[in-house]
Ligand binder design. Structure first.
Ligand SMILES: [Zn+2]
Length: 314
């Protein structure tokens, strides 16, 4: 039977009907409203539009931010404050009228890659999502690691340099402050200042340089942009090496919109893992790009939908 996966992002709500094979059968998208009431009605509408004409057994809504599972409540969501403090299951389930599961968005992306993507066939997977920030999800012994309250798996907020740049979370030197899309942009602006005659430097004289500029220039073969991505890839690898030591995963899957020229970053990340992680884990682990692409959010969420007894529906 089919289920609905919903990916609530800072700018859009995407809902999709997903078949037992992980295929998207129908979908709907709405812009994310910034007030709690409109946000909730947007989710309900997206589910209703997506499922129109399909037999569906359950729904999972994947939400950004730190989750308190027992209350199905996001306690902190830096890019979507409107979702904070709402008992999502209590509010939404009576309106959706299907068994409803609430999960963290990066946990859902991890689960989607584990079931249907780059981690298919493994039992131990670490997922890192590079976007504006860095999200994480961990599958161990075929189960999603949630921690005592549901807020576990925040791999972006591991400190990798005590006195490093300020992170969006308030801490200093988090992995997110070194290897997210935001960090790529920041490092590029520094480099542009140091090398005013480079393409990046000339671009910076016209307007603010962003992470995506670096990716684009790197694709065109610009040496300075390539060097920035390699450097960011090394920081990513420093974080990943720690995760390899801690979780001993078979596969580390890296996804998210800021991946850009993924292989280039992953190459330097793999080199750091070889230097910093310990055998036998470093010899086993494969570092791969995520394969579910733009549908990863809805597919991952759908794969976590449960029935009233708590059993997964897909
Ligand atoms: Zn942080």
């Amino acid at each position: 039977m089919n289920v609905v996966g919903v990916d609530v992002g800072a700018t859009k709500i995407a809902a999709g009907v997903i078949s037992p094979e992980g295929k998207v059968l129908g979908s709907a998208r709405y812009p994310t409203a910034k007030t709690p009431e409109k946000l909730l009605s947007g989710i309900v509408r997206a589910v209703s539009d997506a499922r129109d004409g399909f037999a569906v057994e359950g729904v999972c809504v994947a939400v950004p931010g730190l989750l308190l599972s027992q209350d199905s409540m996001v306690v902190y969501s830096p890019n979507l404050h409107a979702i904070e403090g709402i008992r999502l299951k209590d509010e939404l389930e009576p309106k959706i009228k299907l068994p409803l599961t609430i999960e963290n968005d990066n946990s859902a992306a991890a689960w989607g890659e584990f079931r249907f993507g780059a981690g298919r066939g493994t039992n131990h997977l670490v997922f890192v999502g590079l976007g504006t920030g860095i999200g994480g999800g961990i599958v161990i012994h075929g189960q999603l690691l949630r921690g005592a309250q549901g807020a576990g798996g925040e791999l972006g907020h591991v400190t990798i340099q005590a006195a490093g740049p300020r992170c969006a979370c308030g801490n200093r030197g988090c992995l997110e402050a070194f290897a997210s899309g935001t960090a790529i942009g920041r490092r590029a602006r520094e480099v542009a200042g140091e090398r005013p005659n480079s393409v990046l430097g000339r671009l910076a004289a016209e307007r603010e340089v962003l992470g995506e500029d670096v990716t684009r220039l790197a694709r065109e073969g610009d040496e300075v942009a390539l060097a920035v991505l390699k450097e960011v890839g090394r920081w990513l690898g420093i974080g990943l090496a720690g995760f390899v030591n801690v979780f001993n995963p078979e596969v580390v899957v890296v996804g998210g919109g800021a991946m850009g020229d993924g292989e280039l970053m992953l190459e330097s990340a793999r080199e750091e893992i070889q230097v910093r992680a310990r055998p036998p884990g470093r010899d086993l682990v494969e570092v791969k790009e995520a394969t579910l692409g733009p549908d990863s959010g809805v597919i991952g969420a759908a794969a976590l939908a449960k029935d009233h007894s708590g059993a997964y529906l897909l």
